[in-house]
Design a protein around this ligand. Sequence first.
Ligand SMILES: *[C@@H]1O[C@H](CO)[C@@H](O)[C@H](O)[C@H]1NC(C)=O
Length: 399
Amino acid sequence: MKLAASFATLVALVPFAAAQSPVWGQCGGIGWTGPTTCAAGSTCTVSNPYYSQCLPGSSAPPPPSSSPSSPTSSSPGSSPTGPATKLNAAAVAAGKKYFGSATDNNELSDTAYVNILKDGQQFGQITPANSMKWDATEPNRGQFTFTGGDQIANFAKANGQLLRGHNCVWYNQLPGWVTNSGFNSSTLSSVVSTHCGTVVGHYKGQAYAWDVINEAFNDDGTWRSDVFYNTLGQAFVPTAFQAARAADPDAKLYINDYNIEGPGAKANAVSNLVSTLKAQGVPIDGIGVQAHLIVGQLPNLAQQLASFGSLGVEVAITELDIRTTLPASSATLQQQQRDYQTVIAACKGVAGCVGVTVWDYTDKYSWVPNTFSGQGAACPWDQNLQPKPAVQGILNGWA
Ligand SMILES: *[C@@H]1O[C@H](CO)[C@@H](O)[C@H](O)[C@H]1NC(C)=O
């Protein structure tokens, strides 16, 4: 609430035109009919086609790293640019394949942001946050567009970074034609197979892994009610995996979900499905644990990652961030450092865990404030692209 009050004060002090969105407010996106200009001191920034947000700061690049960082933005003894050892190098030294980050197309025009992201010693792997999803790649049946996805795949390739494709089948960011056409089971099965086969096939040889199935379960472990399950039952799962395998035999094929970071009904549902699929010979190689976590409230990742690994599949932490109520205090950032360390150490300790991806490396482009009102500060780098104590926590976890 302190943050909101301070912004309210700021807004009150500057000339204020009607029909402006406040800092952190929405300022655009498909279907948005509200203001498209931002309060002074903030800039309307595209998060995805459905959401633009007023973020603090001008559209100019953030200050160079030689400017003073805020007192809470770096741990004692670390330089403003962060520890000398870099995160992917530390992961590789720990025997893992990568430490990586999600990114999105609009962010790639931010030079200061890109200068950190493109460093393969820091980030050895890239995930497109939005531009390989169904709405982006097949907005109309049979009409595929790969412009956005290609930009990110090419970025990863140019910088020697692994690519995780994300994703084939998900109930969200799904174009209306999939949901609303009343497809019968044979048609929808063909639609799924064509979509996964075409998208995965387009990136054949470029993707280390693909999230083939995303968020198929409810938190109580029952199947999510969506057009796929409601029309096809569980059969959409093997259909998607088989199409993906046929399209790119070398990509590791994953099922990915959230709230499976610790033991529970949902983690059990994923385990049971993976066991069944393997017994049936369905090509599945990995379990993606999203890990959208909360400071001070970590589940038992070490136990659950080991349990998933015992199924004979790879495990990856695919979307890590650790959010808190804003504004984050120094004590909170210290707890966040310990939490990042705990998560990384859990991956390090499980042989089957191949790597960790953060769901963007900086609070500047985090999805969290858009989705969880009043929360944020979830990423290892702050809004100004300065490393937080969490960066040291990640290094400690790999050490
Ligand atoms: C499913 O729908 C397609 C397209 O409308 C149709 O050709 C096919 O006969 C239907 N199949 C069944 C089993 O109803």
